[in-house]
Ligand binder design. Sequence first.
Ligand SMILES: [Mg+2]
Length: 454
Amino acid sequence: MRDTASVLHLDLDAFFAAVEQRDKPSLRGKPVVVGGTGGRGVVATASYEARRFGVRSAMSTREARSRCPHAAFLSGRFPAYRAASELVMAELRAVSPLVEPLSLDEAFVDLAAAGLPDLTLPTVTEVAQRLRARVAEVTGGLTASVGLASSKFVAKVASELDKPDGLTVVPPGTEQELLRPMPARVIPGVGPQTTERLRRAGVHTVADLEALSLDELVRLLGKAHGHGLHAFARAQDDRPVVAEREAKSVSVEGTYDTDLTDRRLMEGLLTRQAGEVATRLRAHGLSGRTVTIKVRLHDFTTLSRSSTLPSPTDAAGVVARTARTLLADLDTSGGVRLLGVGVSGLADWVQEDLFADDAALGDEAADEVAPVDLEAAFPRRRTWPPGADVVHEEHGRGWVWGSGRGVVTVRFETAASPSGPVRSFAEDDPALQRWTSTEPDPGEVTTQPLSSPT
Ligand SMILES: [Mg+2]
């Protein structure tokens, strides 16, 4: 814990929903729910208007529909969210080189590394206010809530206190006063299970937790967890802000309009991507030891899993087999929107002798998976997910308001236009097209570096 409030935590407010309201003027001030719109869909983000009806993140879309039937249910536009996120992160990095993103809409910034004349409360407060204004400016009006405190833990707690569009500064020395009345679950690592265990021991608040001795906590929760909670309960947190380092890797990923649920298809896609990664590795004379898969779930949670091999490889079969093993451990039953394979820990040499075997194994492994019929999996028939961007030859840009029974209904408006008119078209009307800035077509493969887990 520092003696200055120099750790800043910034969290964009209702991020996905806010981007949708920015780009869809007719939805401003209205309940908007972004997430899986299918039968097993889950809410990723609800706008504040929808939250008033009790709609929450991670709730099933079915439940959300019953609580707020008049909300706009949108399937989400990840490229738009990523673009907004990149603008925000660039603003943070302009303030300090030490920026630690936690997800697309959340990051820590270390103001002690910002080269400020001093770290007094008026100085850091002014930096935070200016940053919030810049975020709104560069993103076209998105709001962020900010917490300033002497540690990551308290800064993150603080950014929640005045949401949305708020700033909370916790003066050094007042942390415990702030935390004591709060429920114990504000502490990092206190999830539902720990909360329940603590509740049974009569611990409800941070103050209750603070009253327990280290021995009692260790007996209750084990050594590592007990020590951690003992410190957090006293607002002690020395975790540094760690800037994201760019890992060198070769990777291939694809995004899909329709959530993938078929395991065999996912394995087939990973196998094909592994083949492309291996081709690129060989083309550059590279090999790597760490195989990573990236999986974005229907609710935009992005998972990445890695496995490090005993020696570097550039063999398609080895990469594919490792990738499929990594996939096997993930729960993808709710559907998958993005799959990717990467190889990192790159070396510019291959141990030829070790590799003879691996390559042989690799070819075998590649045969284990029956080839998938990608054409059948991603028919050329166009899909019209709710909220997707479209363009019409005559009417211009708009978004899919709804579709079904061969008809697509579009609202013609953009971030810069007033609320626009609604028109319907035949699903196969050639004058109507999906509009994409960076989003690839369904099933199309893009190459880009794997980002770290968010
Ligand atoms: Mg947020």
